[in-house]
Design a protein around this ligand. Structure first.
Ligand SMILES: *Cc1c(COP(=O)(O)O)cnc(C)c1O
Length: 237
């Protein structure tokens, strides 16, 4: 493209993406990890296609949404316009949305109860689609938060495998907002290791470098890429 044409486009480029990529590279170097072992999930919840398109055009291919309905409204159009995108569900899943979730998402990070396991197993079988599955842990044991308590994790993972025949790929956690995240990431990594799980979905805008230090394979980064979300959308985030 001619430089004079690229100027207006550059003015709209999301400068957050390259800063996040650089910080991931720095954290990987410090942890002596291959940057290819860390997948950046650009969390686009609340942002519309107009805000997402420049991030796709800047080269980002993996995106995260926390609501099935919102993703269903936004992503089919973007996916047909840009082949090769991957979409991850990072928010809570209701059993009655399992059908839509299996149809739309390439990964689901919020497997946390038997009713979801049952609904996912049924949809995976009938749609012959196999999203990558993460069991969500509630490492802070916060009553209002989704996820399996650490003490129940081993039995829950075994149940996913044996009772529902689900292939679990890893664990996900969201540390309590006011806690230091490192102990939560370390606990998640420990539970994953003893259950033979390789993938760790942990780390958000404020703490993804710490998460990479502790083994994160998937970091979920929203505001550092897209900017701050509107206050009303922070609920449940
Ligand atoms: C919104 C959200 C993120 C991204 O949060 P930021 O602080 O904007 O990076 C990550 N994980 C989950 C589960 C979320 O809901």
């Amino acid at each position: 493209m001619a430089p004079e044409n690229s100027l207006p486009i550059t003015a709209h480029l999301p400068n957050g993406l390259s800063a996040v990529e650089q910080e991931i590279a720095r954290a990987c170097k410090q942890a002596r990890r291959d940057p290819a072992s860390v997948t950046l999930i650009a969390v686009s919840k609340t942002f519309d296609a107009g805000a997402i398109t420049p991030v796709i055009e800047a080269g980002q291919r993996v995106f995260g949404e926390n609501r099935v309905q919102e993703a269903k409204a936004k992503w089919p159009g973007l996916m047909s316009a840009y082949p090769g995108l991957a979409l991850h569900l990072i928010g809570p899943l209701q059993s009655n949305k399992a059908k839509d979730a299996v149809a739309l998402f390439d990964a689901i990070h919020s497997v946390d109860r038997p009713s979801i396991c049952e609904a996912l197993a049924r949809e995976i079988a009938s749609q012959k689609r196999q999203p990558q599955l993460f069991v969500q842990l509630n490492t802070g044991e916060e009553p209002q938060k989704a996820g399996v308590a650490p003490v129940d994790a081993d039995a829950f993972i075994a149940g996913c495998r044996e009772k529902y025949g689900l292939e679990i790929s890893g664990l996900m956690c969201i540390p309590p907002v006011n806690d230091a995240p490192a102990p939560h990431f370390a606990l998640t990594a420990k539970i994953a290791a003893r259950n033979g799980l390789k993938n760790l979905s942990m780390g958000m805008s404020a703490d993804f470098a710490v998460a990479i230090q502790l083994g994160a394979t998937h970091v979920r980064v929203g505001s550092a890429i897209f900017g701050a979300r509107a206050a009303s959308s922070l609920r449940g985030a």
